[in-house]
Design a protein around this ligand. Sequence first.
Ligand code: 5U1
Length: 331
Amino acid sequence: PADIVARSAALRAQIEQANYRYHVLDDADITDAEYDRRMRELEALEAEWPELATTDSPTRKVGARASGGFAEVRHALPMLSLGNAFEQEGENERERFREIADFERRIEHTLERRTPVFSVEPKLDGLAISLRYEDGVFVQGATRGDGETGEDVTANLRTVRAIPLKLRGSGWPAVLEVRGEVVMLRKDFEAFNDYARKHDEKPLANPRNGAAGSLRQLDPAITAKRRLSFFAYAIGVVEGGELPPTHSATLQQLREWGFPVSPEVDVARGFDGLIAYFRRIGAKRDSLPYDIDGVVYKLDDYAGQREMGFVSRAPRWAIAHKFPAQEQTTR
Ligand SMILES: Cc1c[n+]2nc(N)[nH]c2nc1OC(C)C
């Protein structure tokens, strides 16, 4: 009936807007209680009128259990690994961060630029995944695997509220692949372990294990009980449309389409800019809502990235800069 259809459409719009404000803008405008009340009302409507429960409904109906394990997915564009750099002994910064100095200098020389612009990001310690959208609708999600082929964990990813089931706004390509990290936020990790201890269940060693373990559950109903999050950091396949010419502009575009992107991402110029960012993020590492194991520097313009190319499977245009290993207290 028309009034039911109108009511469910209004609830969807309100819930999707609340998801966007909570996960993307980190600026919720309704209380959790109000959010839950609207979700329960929509779930009740869908229970009474099942045709309302379409696959992109924000009620995120849980799919079937992947009985014989996960299907394999071949990444049309390999999911890259990153060369990484560690701190060394040395009198001055250029020696202590020699590998970063070499990385940046190689780009200056090859592209004949001075102090090139980099997109700089925290390196989240979670599980890398690739999300495929066709005409703005989430159709498939896969783990990184070996970079060439991963596991189809679509049903599990549909239960992650930070992952949009359909894109927001307009102007997206016919096919868009977004890559990023599924993480378990520290507050959700602590809550999970408090619950586990009280109920004599095995606690998680660290949030990364929480994310990996939750996503690889064969039964998506179990994944749905684990509170996971997601932050986009790259693009894969793009067909039937185009993206901005720089990575930093693309990340902003992804936010507008409904993807969470870490608020810590920034742009930096030249070696000094990279090291200033490394120190800034290093200083606030323990106060971030998720675990990180370093920062990532990427030449910002895609034309320059193409010109720099790759060494084996790691790009010459990007590098991870790791912090000294932290004694991982098994909480
Ligand atoms: C493997 C990887 C991991 N991360 N993490 C961030 N933040 N960016 C990023 N980029 C990556 O690869 C790029 C080369 C796309």
